[in-house]
Design a protein around this ligand. Structure first.
Ligand SMILES: Cc1cc2nc3c(=O)[nH]c(=O)nc-3n(C[C@H](O)[C@H](O)[C@H](O)COP(=O)(O)O)c2cc1C
Length: 475
């Protein structure tokens, strides 16, 4: 009997599309992900995930196509590679109504919606779900996405994170500052629905946004939804260290995960947060067998469906005429504007020969994959936990089958070892993850609590106050 371990958080990594990560698998006879427009697929999956006490359904999203902006895009359409894809935020509304416990997380890029409207949508969902909403904050790598929203092209990398800084600042003001605690009264006797002295305009004026307020929704159970982030660059990690409560890793080894966790936590501490204020989720997929031979046979079967074109195209290894580079092309000959860092990162383990496009695709397809019996897989998962990982982002091969197998074959072993919970704690998603409902006082959003109670009463007053602050050298 081994000692029980700390439980790991479990996210189901999903997308409202056919081919999210494991390209080509949608063609399998048991795959239903191409029915992603059918609500029954998602409500059935949510039931499976609640039975398996997953913490959250985490939906990725895009705002445009991968690849260089002027390139032919037919490979994406052919592969069902994130096109067609539907809006995850709308889907969360349906799932809020059909689930009780599981967290519901949607990705939204900072340029795709005005922050006032986006914050309102998430507050509405947080009310309807009784506090189970999370937001994965992304800044995007798709030039086509920027063009879809009225911009010339992909903004410069660090500029994207400056944009994100202002965007989250607006949402924090709305979520945390616009309504004081106790503002909503619903007092029938006095005919006083809410106390006007506790509802404030925010008068935000920044480089990109001008937002007056007050926020239209009253505070939801979590106020600010749980904040997820997945940047890996310097600017991305810095943003995560300041803002994120959960960070997604796709580290190729537990040692690399350990390094990334240590770096991000140290940065968070430099911003006045505590190491435990950020949790880390490693992305892994599983091929589960009764015995090692059976597991390998299953993995070989999955490999038959791997679309090398799909993986290469996801990383934008596509020439300007829309042709995926042949599999034997050396990676150094690939011309791509968007995915250079990603390619280099994936190829860096191949040191004994010239890495090719084919290596890249298989490396990606197998990189996050753990093949074995439940006991072997649980051993591997403990290695990630020993490296400091707090949770798993479970990548699926097929919907809903990968999660049914997870629940039926792997979960009993994880529960036996204490690695997975057997029942849900009560309360909001943040309470389930961290033990409290609202962002803690160390988070930068907390500075807006009560900040507008004696705030400006007009734009003129707001601007005068801003000038005074600038003159005092306070940023
Ligand atoms: C697990 C995981 C999930 C991600 N999901 C999305 C997503 O849904 N949409 C998106 O535009 N980017 C997504 N990304 C990309 C990141 O948010 C980020 O834009 C990318 O890693 C580049 O960040 P960087 O420039 O800081 O390295 C994801 C990354 C990871 C590791």
């Amino acid at each position: 009997m081994t000692d029980k371990r700390q439980r790991l958080f479990l996210n189901a990594f999903l997308m409202n599309t056919t081919s999210h990560i494991q390209h080509g698998q949608w063609r399998r006879p048991d795959a239903r992900q191409s029915d992603f427009t059918d609500l029954d697929l998602w409500t059935g999956l949510a039931q499976t995930l609640e039975r398996a006490t997953f913490d959250a359904m985490f939906f990725a999203d895009v705002s445009g196509l991968y690849g260089d902006t002027d390139a032919d895009y037919s490979v994406y359409v052919r592969e069902g590679l994130q096109i067609p894809s539907n809006d995850p935020v709308v889907l969360l509304g349906a799932l809020a109504a059909t689930t009780r416990h599981i967290g519901l997380a949607a990705t939204s890029n900072v340029f795709q919606q005005h922050p006032m409207n986006f914050a309102r949508q998430l507050s509405t969902l947080d009310h309807l779900s009784r506090g189970r909403i999370a937001w994965n904050i992304v800044t995007g790598t798709q030039g086509n996405g920027y063009r879809n929203f009225g911009h010339e092209d992909l903004a410069d990398h660090d500029e994207r994170y400056r944009w994100a800084d202002e965007y989250v600042d607006v949402t924090y003001k709305l979520w945390e500052g616009s309504w004081d605690e106790g503002a909503l009264l619903k007092d029938r006797e006095r005919g006083l629905h809410a106390d006007p002295s506790k509802v404030h305009k925010i008068y935000h004026r920044g480089e990109r946004y001008r937002v007056e307020g007050p926020f239209l929704p009253a505070p939801s159970p979590q106020r600010t939804p749980v904040l997820f982030q997945a940047g890996s660059s310097r600017a991305g990690r810095d943003f995560a260290a300041r803002n994120a409560e959960a960070v997604f890793l796709v580290a190729s080894t537990p040692e690399l995960a350990r390094e990334q966790i240590a770096e991000t936590r140290a940065l968070a501490v430099s911003y006045g947060r505590r190491p435990e204020d950020i949790t880390f989720f490693q992305g892994l997929s599983f091929v589960i067998g009764d015995n090692p031979k059976d597991a390998q046979a299953k993995a070989d079967y999955y490999d038959e469906y791997v679309s090398t074109d799909g993986y290469a195209a996801h990383a934008a290894i596509v020439d300007l005429d829309g042709r995926v580079y042949p599999t034997d092309t050396p990676l150094r000959e690939v011309r791509t504007n968007t995915a250079r860092g990603f390619i280099e990162w994936l190829a860096r383990d191949i040191v004994d020969r010239e890495p090719t496009v084919g290596d890249f695709s298989l490396r990606w397809a197998r990189g996050s994959r753990v093949v074995g019996t439940p006991s072997q897989i649980a051993d591997e998962i403990t290695r990630w936990q020993d490296a400091g990982v707090d949770g798993l982002n479970v990548i699926n091969w097929v919907l809903p089958g990968s999660f049914e197998e997870f629940a039926d074959l792997l979960l009993p072993e994880l529960r036996d070892r204490g690695l997975a919970q057997s029942e849900y704690a009560e309360g909001t998603l943040r309470r389930k993850l961290f033990g409290y409902d609202r962002l803690n006082d160390r988070h930068p959003a907390a500075r807006y609590r009560g900040a507008f109670t004696h705030g400006p009463r007009s734009w003129a007053e707001a601007e005068a106050a801003a000038k005074q602050t600038a003159a005092a050298g306070v940023v």
